[in-house]
Design a protein around this ligand. Structure first.
Ligand code: BGC
Length: 367
């Protein structure tokens, strides 16, 4: 079968014939891959950055944001059948830490986890994929055309879930389900993660503000506004002005991965606020930041700063539910988050280049 294969640590990436995966255990499921999204992690890998081939191999099939349709099931598969739409999760546990033994691989303590398409395991940019049904999440047919957004949605589900969990365990009078009702949430960076975050936050009843540096008439601010959010162009409005308009920002969902901006945002986080970081900034020159000012504020305003990566099985289930609700509520808006669909033979067009009107680019493998 065809697959997009990278030599980790280099920029050598090509479409190659590799062995088609077969069902090996009675609990395995084989999927025809329909489409696979491309994100910052894939681009980092393709530019010679963070990526590891499986042990003993020198190449890695990339891709982790997949959706597919089942073509074969092992004899003991209980919950899936041929024809079902589904997505495989990304991370596999280390097998011995407390978190992984509890199937919470996203919280692995040892760092010895593997990730399909990223770290030590082949990914999904290929015609077929096989794995245990344990790692499979069913997709209702109604959202099959946007199911490739499931994995990026899980990233915001985890970030938001953890923020709500922490806030409701330390603040009086709230429960996790209702904490966001009427709260002000700021999203930094309106890429796919930011926009999916806007969808989830709006579904939970938050007042959503999105900040980016693109023209307000371009597609990403428009999508935010269709979801009921307010756009702030950081090139035109200073953070001081933003603070005047929105003096109590309860939650910041960071999805920009720009270290300078991320530090500046501390200045607008409100009393008892929570700041969740999901972006992975490229390492560069050290920054000059006013550390004492930031630390003093975190203490005097009872703030929480939290990093969040990957997602649990529960987050996958919430993502599917929210994509269903989101599509029902905004049937023409949510599909626009997938801005480009590129046939696999043309993958090179999008892996190293970023077009200005791009939101989520997906590689299509089958209809
Ligand atoms: C993926 C996560 C993964 C993380 C770190 C992100 O792009 O969405 O699933 O854990 O990269 O490798």
């Amino acid at each position: 079968m065809k697959a997009i294969v990278l030599k980790p640590g280099t920029t050598s990436i090509q479409l190659k014939d590799v062995e088609e995966p077969m069902i090996q255990k009675p609990t395995d499921v084989k999927m025809k891959v329909l489409s696979v999204g491309i994100c910052g992690t894939d681009r980092e890998e393709a530019s010679g950055g963070r990526a590891d081939a499986p042990q003993g191999e020198s190449e890695l099939v990339i891709g982790h944001e997949m959706c597919g349709q089942i073509v074969e099931v092992g004899s003991l598969v209980k919950d899936f059948k041929v024809g079902d739409y589904a997505v495989f999760t990304v991370r596999r546990g280390c097998g011995h830490c407390e978190a992984c033994l509890a199937d919470h691989y996203d919280m692995c303590y040892t760092g010895q986890y593997t990730e399909r398409g990223i770290k030590g395991r082949h990914g999904y940019q290929a015609e077929f994929a096989v794995d245990d049904e344990k790692y499979l999440i069913k997709i209702p047919e109604t959202i099959k055309d946007i199911a490739v957004l499931t994995e990026p949605t899980t990233v915001v589900e985890k970030a938001i879930e953890e923020a709500c969990h922490i806030q409701t365990s330390r603040l009086p009078g709230h429960n996790k389900e209702s904490w966001l009702q009427g709260k002000t949430a700021l999203i930094a960076g309106l890429g796919p993660i930011g926009l999916l975050g806007a969808m989830v936050l709006a579904l939970r009843g938050a007042k959503v503000i999105g900040i980016d540096i693109v023209d307000k008439d371009s597609s990403r601010p428009k999508i935010l506004e269709e979801l009921g959010g307010t756009y702030i162009n950081a090139k035109e409005t200073s953070l001081d002005n933003l603070l005047k308009q929105h003096p109590q920002i309860d939650l910041i969902l960071e999805a920009a991965g720009i270290a300078k901006l991320d530090f500046d945002l501390f200045d607008i986080l409100g009393m008892n606020g929570v700041y969740v970081l999901t972006g992975v900034p490229a390492e560069g020159k050290p920054l000059d930041v006013n550390g004492a000012h930031i630390m003093k504020q975190i203490v005097l305003k009872n703030q929480v700063v939290l990093g969040s990566v990957n997602a649990s099985f529960d987050n996958f289930h919430s993502a599917v539910k929210d994509l269903e609700s989101g599509l029902k509520k905004w049937p023409t808006t949510i599909p626009k988050i997938i801005s480009h669909k590129i046939p696999f033979k043309e993958f090179e067009k999008v892996l190293s280049k970023h077009s200005p009107d791009e939101i989520k680019v997906i590689i299509t493998w089958a209809a």
